[in-house]
Design a binder for this molecule. Structure first.
Ligand SMILES: Nc1ncnc2c1ncn2[C@@H]1O[C@H](COP(=O)(O)OP(=O)(O)O)[C@@H](O)[C@H]1O
Ligand SMILES: [Mg+2]
Length: 335
């Protein structure tokens, strides 16, 4: 066994999904400590399992904890974050994601300009990105792989692009480079945190297509964080809806969009601007805001904004329970 993998006794009871899972998040809770030293809870009791080649979408309003989940899975939590509990499990073993970054785990960020080094050529960075994963390859071989992958992600004249600096490429092309770098590592888990948010709509569609096509190359799973339900509905197999740090609903993509059970999911879908809507009207949003994470309500976290909330909703948090086939929802009054 590799020294980076810490083994632990396997848990006895497992669902079918867990048994065949490539990567799992088990009972993860994360808090942040603010500048006054006070803790607030950002993720609570998160359970996920991803199958090989699956693309799982993570949606939810800004501040719901999507990036914290993505970062926790990559071992990239900031210093003021506290992992209260929980494990990342790769192929049945508890792992430390920090040790696996750049090999079993790869990430595509929202802004490739921040993720790329400004004074190193694309070629150097693409070679470096593969070093940990392929320590015995010659630089020449790694560079050849890089050029081939640039072609795969739709970048013409790859040799020329390898000698470019990041600022010489367009935003869309930089994001293609980031995706190419992630795919070169052949990760078990590719995490993409709002990878198209900085791009215009046409480029967004092209980048989304790349993630779809990446399944030909990638045997690993993808966690795709996005605030765009439209994109998630086209790209993902399964969707997790986060609200104030908790999973409120999780289902296969068609089921989630055709038969959403949680009022928050229904509200999110109702607020999604239609793609044929050319008006400049401000996007409709769900009335109210996220609860104060430093003093969460006793009952359901969504109760204060929910049209269906009753007394039990304000008193007891609803558990995440089966609401259909491969469908979970945390609601006392599923729709
Ligand atoms: N480095 C940090 N320090 C303190 N609080 C943070 C930090 N990063 C995120 N948060 C807080 O954690 C919550 C979840 O944030 P985030 O995971 O970025 O949500 P999302 O990606 O869904 O917008 C928010 O309340 C946010 O303000
Ligand atoms: Mg985010």
């Amino acid at each position: 066994m590799s020294s980076s993998l810490k083994s632990r006794d396997p848990e006895p009871a497992k669902t079918d999904a867990q048994r065949s899972a490539l990567i799992e998040v088990r009972d993860l809770s994360v808090s942040f400590v603010d500048k006054h030293g006070e803790r607030f809870s950002v993720l609570r009791n998160i359970d996920l399992s991803l199958q090989p080649k699956a693309i799982m979408g993570v949606v939810g309003e800004s501040g719901s904890g999507k990036s914290t989940l993505a970062n926790a899975m990559m071992g990239l939590l900031p210093k003021n974050a506290v992992k209260e509990k929980g494990d990342i499990i790769l192929k049945g073993k508890v792992v430390d994601p920090i040790a696996l970054r750049g090999r079993a785990l790869a990430m595509v960020f929202q802004d490739p300009m921040n993720a790329l080094h400004p004074v190193m050529t694309i070629g150097t960075q693409m070679v470096d990105a593969q070093r940990a994963r392929f320590p015995n390859h010659l630089i020449r071989e790694l560079r050849k792989r890089a050029a081939e992958m640039l072609t795969k992600v739709g970048i013409a004249d790859p040799e020329k692009r390898l000698s470019c600096y990041p600022h010489e490429l367009s935003g869309g092309m930089r994001q293609r480079v980031m995706i190419a770098m992630a795919l070169l590592v052949e990760p078990d888990l590719l995490v993409a945190d709002e990878p198209t948010t900085a791009l215009d709509a046409t480029i967004e569609a092209q980048i989304a297509e790349l993630f779809r096509a990446s399944r030909d190359t990638l045997d690993g799973a993808t966690l795709f964080v996005s605030h765009s339900l439209g994109l998630v509905s086209e790209l993902c197999d399964e969707v997790v809806v986060l609200y104030a740090g908790a999973i409120v609903e999780r289902a296969d993509v068609a089921e989630l969009f055709n038969a959403p059970r949680h009022p928050y999911t229904r509200a999110l879908i109702a607020c999604e601007p239609r793609s044929d809507d050319q008006s400049d009207e401000a996007m409709v949003s769900i009335p109210g805001g996220l609860p104060d994470l430093s003093s969460l309500p006793a009952g359901c976290v969504f109760a204060s904004r929910c049209l269906h909330a009753s007394q039990i909703c304000r008193q007891i948090a609803p558990p995440l329970v089966t609401a259909g086939q491969n469908h979970l929802a945390a609601c006392w009054h599923p729709q």
